[in-house]
Design a protein around this ligand. Sequence first.
Ligand code: SF4
Length: 472
Amino acid sequence: MESISVFEIIKVGIGPSSSHTMGPWNAAEMFLDEIKRTNSLQNVKEVFVEFFGSLAKTGVGHGTDIAAMLGLAGENFKEIDTDKIDEKIAHIKNTSQLNLGGEKVLPFVYGENLILNMDKSLDFHPNGMIFKAVFNNGEILERDYYSVGGGFVATKEDNSIKDNCIRTVYPCHKGEDIIKYCEKLGVEKFSDLVYINEEAWRTKEETRAEALYIWQQIKECIYKGISKEGILPGGLNVSRRAADFNRKLLGEKSYQNLDEWLQAVKNSDKNFNQITRWISCFALAVNEENASFGRIITAPTNGASGVIPAVLMYSQTFTEFNTEEDIVKFILVAGEIGTLFKKNATISAAMGGCQAEIGVSSAMAAAGLTEISGGTPAQVLMAAEIAMEHHLGLTCDPIGGLVQIPCIERNSMGAMKAITAAHIALESDPSKARVSLDQVIKSMWETALDMNNKYKETSEGGLAVAVNVAEC
Ligand code: SF4
């Protein structure tokens, strides 16, 4: 088994879904590369994309169609001006033309060149898609891709994460590996081991800089979220609430920019009720941004992208564990825990329901908080285990296929459980624990395999059918 960098699990993304937006976007980019490798964009006469299974069923709500069109047009989701997305899509639809890779204008009719197959699935994975290019000389290039969660894309031939899987010096594929190598190397902190292993990809200084870049993006995302009012897109008429939370929590305190806002939060009341409201506010802010095609930090998915920011912001504003080094350690440890779930279970809701998204993000955040609060490696693993234990079996049932209800509030819940799990672990003796992290990951995977497909991001069960979308 190969290792996965923490920055493959915690990374810059775009809303609303890692598997349904970023995965198809990445797949479109891979297909463009394949055309360039085997032929030329200039020789393409027509291009087609078809979605299957969960990608088709909840594709419109998750922006799967939009992601594919922008990916085919050569746009990069890390750089695109998110305020221009609507305009770019309207242009493609209104002109029935798509500028392939930004180099070749082609006819492109939505519904003909882009098809959502509601009643068909590909065998390999519930999130399947087929891209096809027809060339001027009649040749055809066709590729199938599978969005396997967290923005990762696999092919039938290669189920690994291209270019990013390598063997680290002290490979940690299980919780028990982490304990083994910490003892062997004599390192007291889990994050020290992660630092060492991440040197397989980059220097320690670069790892530190990347983690702080992630933190900057988190701060900006929360700040954007608390600065916007109104209704989220998609037709459910869900109101943004983070701005209202922020206003009430800050009272008379004023601010002009992100840094002043952060200071105002730090100076606000620190009683239990206020702090828990702030934690909800941070999570709501991120997930409201995610629901409206904003730039977020995927951790490990977009639907669950508010949990780690909420817990990390909580630690920075309301605890004494608030140095830059604490930020880096939190992110490294949280990311490493995410890799264990990715390698031994799943981080795809289409495979495992919401336990694979909110459950995993809560486990990651619990581990990060325990690390910076002084926990031993065993306590860090224990915190992750506790957080996941109380998400086992959580289903994925987004109303209207939109990452809004129950997703947005579920991030607040995941953050609160993460903090509680960290506190329990910090007060406990892990040698007396009856359930290990490895056992809970195994249970999560077995639960995923047993879970009815209705509860795996198909919008065919649970809240998704209990609530009539037209009534919302
Ligand atoms: S219910 Fe959970 S897994 Fe499903 S889309 Fe929402 S956050 Fe993601």
